[in-house]
Design a protein around this ligand. Structure first.
Ligand SMILES: Cc1cc2nc3c(=O)[nH]c(=O)nc-3n(C[C@H](O)[C@H](O)[C@H](O)COP(=O)(O)O)c2cc1C
Length: 334
């Protein structure tokens, strides 16, 4: 059986540095069994020489899971692809979209869009090193370059090198003059460019990303692309995943916020015993009550208590009780 066909990338949660760590992914998985998850970007050198257990380990519940890597050394990238496969990751994804100065200095991320041949070599080397799918996440252009021909040529080179799935963040990257944060908002979104890539390359799997916040938008993009990747709107409102499960995957039985909180509490209990700090888990739950009655109280409570440098499990339990009471209040009020 071809394992490359098994991954469902209809909806995925975007890799986000300082956000989609293993605790966040566990939390997200409690609300959706069907979305594809990605790690934060890990630099090749960290994956190879760093504390692998700390940097790359994950809970099997998080699967299907892709490791996102940043690098431009084909030998290192091949080594990380093999590590990812050996550790049970379902996919290895190369970051070709990050515009930060630090990332550029290390020659990975969006600046690699300038070097399609080098990227193709890197992809080829990764493909030869492992059997899991090698995918790329890139922007649609950089600086003054935002042309279909350029992007199409770039994608074709990567495809010939063996990548068959492309995640396209539908805005170009400005390599100078904008901060990473501005680079997520200022260059305008150009969804048509992504649709055109899919139209031109029907055999490739094309996933669209950037600024997607609603089910109606997801459905619209799915008419033109194979999948939708969502970042900030899920991080800010994680329970959006339950709506996605219901309306996109047709899942009938979905957890309430209260049930999510209760499951997270079990996880928290285990993790705290292993030495994890409570806030390392709870900080990802700030948006659990997004748009609900009492969500402000919840956020305030978390920011007042969770950031304290302690790993007092009882405090966490107390906070969870408040969440659950909030949930009940919401149910009564709605
Ligand atoms: C806090 C933050 C961290 C990010 N870190 C990464 C990263 O590690 N790798 C990556 O490819 N993209 C990263 N991105 C970009 C997202 O994956 C995504 O492409 C971008 O946020 C656009 O999608 P959205 O509008 O749905 O958020 C990050 C974005 C944010 C907001």
């Amino acid at each position: 059986m071809d394992i490359k066909k098994k991954i469902n990338r209809r909806i995925s949660v975007a890799p986000m540095m300082d956000c989609t760590d293993r605790h966040d992914r566990f939390f997200l998985r409690l609300m959706s069994k069907n979305v594809m998850l990605y790690t934060e970007m890990v630099a090749t050198k960290s994956a190879i020489h760093g504390d692998r257990k700390k940097i790359l380990s994950y809970n099997p519940e998080e699967k299907p899971l892709a490791l996102q890597v940043g690098g431009s050394d084909k030998i290192e990238l091949a080594e990380v692809a093999k590590i990812a496969e050996d550790m049970g990751y379902d996919e290895i994804n190369i970051n070709l979209g990050c515009p930060s100065k630090k990332v550029q200095k290390n020659k990975f991320g969006a600046c690699l869009m300038k070097e399609p041949d080098l990227v193709a070599e890197c992809i080829n080397s990764m493909v030869n090193a492992c059997k899991i799918p090698v995918t790329a996440k890139t922007r649609i252009g950089f600086d003054k370059t935002e042309e279909f021909e350029y992007l199409n040529n770039f994608i074709n080179k990567m495809s010939k090198a063996g990548a068959k799935t492309f995640i396209l963040h539908a805005r170009k990257a400005m390599l100078t003059g904008l901060s990473p944060k501005q680079n997520l908002n200022i260059p305008r979104l150009n969804y048509k460019m992504v649709y055109d890539i899919k139209k031109e390359n029907p055999k490739l799997e094309v996933i669209i990303n950037g600024g997607i916040t609603k089910i109606s938008e997801i459905n619209n993009h799915l008419e033109f692309c194979d999948g939708v990747m969502i970042g900030r709107s899920i991080y800010q409102n994680p329970y959006f995943l339950v709506e996605i499960e219901k309306k996109i995957f047709g899942t009938q039985q979905n957890p309430t916020r209260e049930e999510v909180a209760a499951k997270l509490l079990e996880y928290l209990e285990k993790e705290v015993k292993l030495g994890t700090k409570v806030n390392h888990i709870m900080r990802h739950t700030v948006g659990l009550y997004h748009g609900q009655v009492g969500s402000k109280d919840w956020k305030r409570y978390l920011s007042d208590n969770m950031m304290a440098r302690d790993s007092d499990f009882q405090k966490a339990k107390h906070i969870m009780t408040i969440v659950q009471n909030n949930e009940k209040a919401n149910q009564i009020n709605s």
